[in-house]
Design a protein around this ligand. Structure first.
Ligand code: FES
Length: 64
């Protein structure tokens, strides 16, 4: 599902970045271009990052 319509970024792309250790919107902005135009995707993207962090504590421990 598209999260960022302006840059055609999907929820799966955001989760893949989270799997690589990205946990900040600023990093997603830099890597994917998320929220670099209208910014309306920022809140939804943040909820995906938070959901990922809360659902995968073991993966997050490895990434640190
Ligand atoms: S929807 Fe992401 S910048 Fe517009």
């Amino acid at each position: 599902m598209y999260v960022c319509i302006c840059r055609q970024i999907t929820d799966n792309q955001i989760r893949e970045e989270c799997m690589q250790g990205t946990n900040r919107i600023a990093d997603l902005r830099e890597k994917l271009g998320l929220a670099t135009e209208c910014g309306k995707c920022c809140k939804h993207a943040k909820s995906i990052v938070n959901e990922f962090q809360n659902s995968t504590p073991f993966v997050n421990a490895i990434a640190v």
